[in-house]
Write a protein that binds this ligand. Structure first.
Ligand SMILES: NC(=O)c1ccc[n+]([C@@H]2O[C@H](COP(=O)([O-])OP(=O)(O)OC[C@H]3O[C@@H](n4cnc5c(N)ncnc54)[C@H](O)[C@@H]3O)[C@@H](O)[C@H]2O)c1
Length: 270
């Protein structure tokens, strides 16, 4: 069901790699809600070619950009404003990658080059996207920026290794930039802490399926799907959440405030 929540709004959506990506679902929902937007991803991800299908389905332009490059981001905002015909109302940061996780390197033995790469790609890209927008004055008043996070920023999940630290940094950037951008332009910035979700990034984590089932068992409402996450992001892009900023918002079916569920206890007794 669509409510025209984003009618007339212009956006930039990062991170749609394939149809499992959270960003893919956000793009579909934003389109249904009347938004126009540009899709962007790292040039290397373009080679997969899947994003073309999404661009067609949502009638949107693709502007490749490596989000670690200030030059690429400057081009992204400039061309997006030209193409969409004005300043931007919403931005989705849906970018995450850890080489240490991909290579199964334990937290106590992290490779520091990979660690820095992870920080650059998964956290500093949010700062860069905000700083470039600020410099170009590319965002409208009350624009909404959402970045995706995970509860590993607050609690220890051994398999999440360096991404735990990186997500903590991402959430901190959202808060701190949220203060400055809120003061100067009333732009709001939030992170959404999402349930484990079956995507390329999620599936790259060792033991992901077991952990997905564990979280499912712990959450009174079950794990939040990528589609549910898209609905929440659309709500955050809309004017209905105009005064929400500098928050890390749990979108996890109640997982984060449940100590233990009866199903988990029963499983232990077996
Ligand atoms: N899947 C989960 O369980 C889960 C849970 C909570 C939060 N998240 C977060 O959601 C976000 C999206 O991940 P996803 O699960 O949809 O997986 P995904 O693999 O579909 O998306 C990650 C995206 O990051 C892009 N990317 C990587 N390096 C880039 C760069 N240099 N410049 C631009 N883009 C780059 C990839 O091309 C890809 O599109 C990530 O921040 C992830 O940490 C995922």
């Amino acid at each position: 069901m669509a409510f025209n929540l984003l009618k007339g709004k212009r956006g930039i959506i990062t991170g749609a790699l394939d149809e499992n990506s959270i960003a893919w679902k956000v793009a579909l929902r934003a389109h249904e809600e009347g938004a126009t937007f540009v899709l962007t991803n790292a040039p290397i991800a373009m080679r997969l070619g899947e994003i073309n299908k999404l661009a067609e389905a949502t009638n949107s332009k693709i502007i490749p950009a490596d989000a670690t490059s200030v030059e690429d981001l400057t081009k992204l905002y400039t061309e997006s404003m030209e193409h969409l015909g004005g300043k931007i109302d919403f931005v989705l940061h849906s970018i995450g990658m850890s080489v240490n996780i991909r290579k199964n390197i334990p937290y106590t033995e992290l490779n520091y080059e990979f660690y820095q790469k992870g920080i650059d790609v998964s956290a500093l890209t949010l700062h860069k996207m905000l700083a470039v927008a600020h410099k170009l004055d590319a965002l409208n008043e009350h624009a909404s920026v959402v970045a995706l996070s995970y509860i590993g920023a607050q609690r220890v999940y051994p398999f999440y290794t360096d991404m735990a630290d990186i997500k903590a940094m991402l959430e901190s950037i959202a808060r701190t930039f949220g203060y400055h951008y809120g003061k100067s332009k009333k732009v709001r910035i939030n992170t959404v802490s999402q349930s484990p979700t079956k995507t390329t990034a999620g599936g790259g984590i060792k033991g992901f399926t077991d952990f997905y089932d564990f979280a499912q068992m712990q959450s009174p409402l079950g794990n939040a799907s990528a589609e549910d996450c898209a609905n929440f992001c659309v709500a955050l892009f809309s004017d209905l959440t105009k005064m929400v900023t500098m928050q890390n918002l749990y979108h996890d079916g109640g997982y984060s405030t449940t100590g233990v569920s009866s199903e988990q206890l029963e499983a232990l007794q077996k």
